[in-house]
Design a protein around this ligand. Structure first.
Ligand SMILES: Nc1ncnc2c1ncn2[C@@H]1O[C@H](COP(=O)(O)OP(=O)(O)OP(=O)(O)O)[C@@H](O)[C@H]1O
Ligand SMILES: [Mg+2]
Length: 376
């Protein structure tokens, strides 16, 4: 029997719901070769959406080749170039032999060192010397375009956690280099995404920054309740159980429509449900998850200052006006000047998301835990 829900991995097939508008829009962007930047908080579904779009192309003849580069663990410009080369060569070659041939044909000045990983057998690694990178970085930056032309195919270069280039030495110089080369590419569409909204917005919307107006920006939203209800009911049904629309709605609401957590809670509820889900199964699932998360959340709470905790208490109580004298007094925040620092620190720790005037917990389960287990 299929697993009813999936979380923590790229959601595809029957674990994927909705995103119709976004999928179509992204596909249009790619068809028109417009560079695109996709931004959302962690675990709202960026990777799943991009994969979904890539899958849509699979059956289409003349479809572009998708290359996926995740730079979450990449800390230098050299590693970045190595990873781009590796993924582009891999995605555009059918076999290891072909990959080696392609690399030999496209690198004229750089001397890449190749590694072949036996597991999986199709994997390769590519490394460059720093010296080569310094002198001939252009060759790597133009590699996708060169290969695309050679193969007579368009390439969609997807770079996940793109904001991480700001951890490289001299990030501004790197951005200048990338922009200067990438903007000349006519066979490559860049799809850049990540979760650090402020950093990414700085990159792409500040006139003084190299990537200013490089592409169009999409802010990915959560998935609405009206899509979660049939999705949850459908997954129960497909796996031999039942849940009412009212209880499915409750699952989505408890997790504030957060894609990862809705799927996680739905799975837990399914585990506790006999054939038909009862109200108490939701309670059991929540309590069970809160137990599982307690060690982690306790650590998270221990790292917060009293002022930060006081602020979160207000947020848990549904407060929305954080600068009022009443709020400052009720929650013992002190001077109103503290608020800005508290918000900044909590946002940097990824405890809250700030979107204009709206402030929300990044993790709805942590909010529940604070309400039920901490501020009691
Ligand atoms: N369209 C969707 N339908 C159903 N569930 C989804 C969808 N998109 C995401 N999810 C759920 O959210 C989880 C996280 O999705 P995904 O990894 O795509 O997010 P992300 O934004 O790329 O996260 P990260 O910032 O950690 O890279 C998935 O494992 C799945 O449980
Ligand atoms: Mg992702």
């Amino acid at each position: 029997m299929d697993k009813p829900f999936d979380f923590g991995r790229i959601a595809g097939d029957f674990y994927f719901t909705n995103r119709v508008k976004e999928t179509n829009w992204l596909k249009q962007q790619i068809d028109s070769r417009i560079n695109t930047i996709l931004i959302s908080p962690r675990r709202w579904g960026k990777s799943s959406l991009v994969q979904q779009v890539a899958d849509k192309y699979k059956k289409q003849s003349g479809a572009p080749v998708f290359c996926f580069v995740d730079i979450f663990n990449i800390r230098s410009e050299k590693e970045f170039y190595e990873e781009i080369s590796r993924q582009v060569i891999k995605a555009t070659s059918g076999s290891l032999g072909e990959a080696a041939k392609l690399a030999a044909a496209v690198f004229k000045k750089m001397i890449p060192r190749f590694g072949f990983n036996p597991d999986p057998a199709t994997d390769i690694s590519i490394s460059f010397s720093w010296d080569d990178v310094k002198k001939h970085y252009s060759e790597v930056l133009d590699l996708p375009e060169k290969i695309a032309q050679k193969k007579n195919k368009n390439i969609v270069l997807c770079i996940d956690e793109f904001q991480n280039i700001s951890f490289f030495d001299d990030p501004l110089a790197v951005q200048k280099r990338l922009r200067a080369h990438w903007q000349k590419h006519s066979h490559v569409t860049y799809l850049l995404y990540g979760s650090k909204r402020h950093l990414l917005m700085d990159f792409f919307t500040k006139p003084s920054m190299p990537f200013y107006k490089f592409g169009e920006i999409l802010f990915l939203e959560k998935i609405e309740e009206k899509y979660w209800i049939p999705f949850i009911m459908g997954r129960f049904k497909a796996t031999g159980k039942e849940i009412s629309d009212e209880l499915a709605q409750r699952i989505a609401r408890l997790m504030v429509n957060h894609p990862y957590f809705v799927q996680q809670l739905a799975q837990a509820v399914w585990n506790f449900s006999a054939k038909r889900c009862k109200e108490e199964n939701i309670e059991e699932a929540i309590e069970d998850l809160l137990n599982q998360y307690t060690i982690l959340y306790q650590k998270e709470a221990d790292q917060l200052t009293n002022l930060q905790l006081n602020f979160l208490k207000g947020l848990c109580n549904g407060e929305t006006v954080f600068t009022s004298a009443m709020f400052l007094k009720t929650y013992n925040i002190g001077a109103s000047g503290n608020i800005r620092r508290i918000k900044e620190a909590l946002e940097n720790k990824e405890i809250i998301d700030i979107n204009g005037k709206t402030i929300a917990f990044s993790d709805p389960m942590f909010e529940l835990w604070l309400k039920r287990r901490y501020f009691v």
